[in-house]
Design a protein around this ligand. Structure first.
Ligand SMILES: Cc1cc2nc3c(=O)[nH]c(=O)nc-3n(C[C@H](O)[C@H](O)[C@H](O)COP(=O)(O)OP(=O)(O)OC[C@H]3O[C@@H](n4cnc5c(N)ncnc54)[C@H](O)[C@@H]3O)c2cc1C
Length: 412
């Protein structure tokens, strides 16, 4: 391969940084990836533990709706490196992708480790250098990148272009700790405060709920928060609820909690049973059945949903067992008071980040020519479902293409 003498530094060896490294190395640039951790892709590997959901087969409009306010801004990047491109890339690394019944796309092994191994081999073959245990500290007065290395020494690097792909601040022990926010703020760059996204919510459960039902899923529920609605399942935890249903409503819940210190959601525990039918079923005499057996038989509720319905403390509603009309209404619109959001330590992703207004159309910092930004450190958020990694990959490719343009086009 013909190489240019132009050098690119990528700080952050997560999916967005590695995707940018691949794009630039393929164009012939000399790429060094720096990371404060000892090995690349730590969060990517963790993401693979529960099944690495790379992207989604949604139609474009439905796909982009998941990014809410950031969708118009992200669209050109996702259009240019689309869900199909992510699948081709995955297939090309020997890990054929497949879509599950929900439309979520995974590599065939379901895990991240075989994919990451193949990816690192490809990057190595392309000549990408990896500098581990290099903790970026900012710039010196001459504009060189400052890194603290393992022995506490400081080293400097002066690449021709730089990509920051430092991630958000969830699971900080895996590398992305959000400390870049103070470095960038000191350089006059606007950053929206980092907050947990795709994170559990806190509910004041009874002891019964904590001890008997923590870990149990409540399935086929519709939840609403303000004007937003989501379908799916929630998992009961000792501290509250987590899972896709909750994550989809995350931004609405967060806004309510910011404003009022708490949030109120409503749950339809029998989303597939219309209200008149449910009322009719509940109107049949209970006889000698216990309330739980009756709710199970007449309303088809699972034990965890019944326990939730009876959580007077959390729902603030005393179940009107003798009134079938009111019972049915409550089962289809059960209030649930949320006391807060679980912290960043265990959140799947981060909301907030580098303000999009600070970037030009090629993801370059307007007040730092030659410095580009990609991935989760940017101020967008999305629920789980493959939308997070897709945006990381797409912005990684876009920033790399922006860097190549800025450096004077493809090096080959
Ligand atoms: C449990 C879990 C499951 C997930 N599952 C999925 C999933 O199935 N699908 C999906 O789409 N998303 C999933 N995600 C989210 C996804 O992993 C992240 O959105 C993605 O990794 C973000 O990529 P990134 O490259 O922007 O940042 P990161 O992957 O966080 O990488 C940032 C890198 O920057 C390095 N770094 C940070 N600061 C410095 C510094 N000062 N100096 C040097 N290096 C630094 C870090 O060490 C890190 O390696 C999951 C996340 C978690 C926690």
């Amino acid at each position: 391969m013909i190489q240019t003498s132009k050098t690119c530094a990528i700080i952050g060896a997560g999916p967005s940084g590695l995707m940018a490294a691949e794009t630039l190395a393929e164009k012939g640039y000399r790429v060094t990836v720096y990371d404060r951790m000892a090995s690349p892709g730590r969060k990517f590997l963790l993401a693979g533990r529960g099944g690495l959901n790379l992207t989604h087969t949604d139609e474009p409009d439905a796909f982009m709706a998941h990014y809410r306010e950031a969708s118009a801004w992200l669209w050109p990047f996702i259009e240019a490196f689309s869900p199909d491109d992510v699948r081709d890339w995955c297939d090309g690394l020997g890990e054929d992708s497949f879509a599950g019944s929900s439309g979520r796309v995974f590599p065939k092994s379901f895990k991240a480790s075989p994919l990451l191994r193949a990816w690192l081999r490809r990057l190595d073959a392309l000549g990408v250098t990896f500098s581990a245990r290099h903790h970026w500290q900012g710039w010196d007065s001459a504009g060189a990148l400052r890194f603290r290395v393992a022995d506490g020494q400081e080293i400097l690097a002066k690449p021709d272009a730089t990509l920051l792909a430092l991630g958000g601040a969830s699971w900080p022990k895996l590398g992305a700790d959000g400390r870049w926010t103070s470095i960038l703020k000191q350089s006059g760059i606007a950053v929206t405060p980092l907050q947990p996204a795709n994170s559990g919510v806190l509910v004041e459960w009874s002891d019964l709920m904590k001890t008997r039902f923590a870990g149990t899923a409540i399935k086929r529920v519709v939840a609403s928060c303000g004007q937003s609605q989501a379908k799916g399942e929630a998992i009961i935890t000792e501290k509250g609820l987590e899972g896709g249903l909750i994550y989809s409503l995350g931004p609405d819940i967060r806004r309510q909690i910011e404003a009022d210190g708490q949030a109120l959601i409503h749950l339809d525990l029998r989303r597939d049973l219309p209200l008149p039918l449910l009322t009719e079923r509940l109107s049949k005499p209970r006889g000698k059945m216990s309330v739980s057996t009756w709710l199970h038989k007449a309303a088809g509720l699972a034990p965890a949903a019944i326990a939730l319905f009876r959580e007077e403390h959390a729902t603030g509603a005393k179940a009107p067992f003798d009134d079938p009309v009111e019972m049915a209404k409550l089962l289809k619109n059960l209030p649930l008071h949320l006391r807060g959001i679980a912290g960043l330590e265990r959140a799947i992703s981060t909301a907030g980040g580098l303000a999009l207004s600070q970037l030009d159309d090629h993801l370059m910092l307007k007040n730092h020519p030659g410095v580009f930004v990609a991935g989760e450190m940017l101020d967008w958020e999305a629920p789980t479902g493959g939308y997070l990694l897709q945006a990381c990959f797409s912005t990684g490719v876009a920033a790399a293409n922006g860097m190549a343009d800025w450096l004077g086009g493809p090096a080959l």
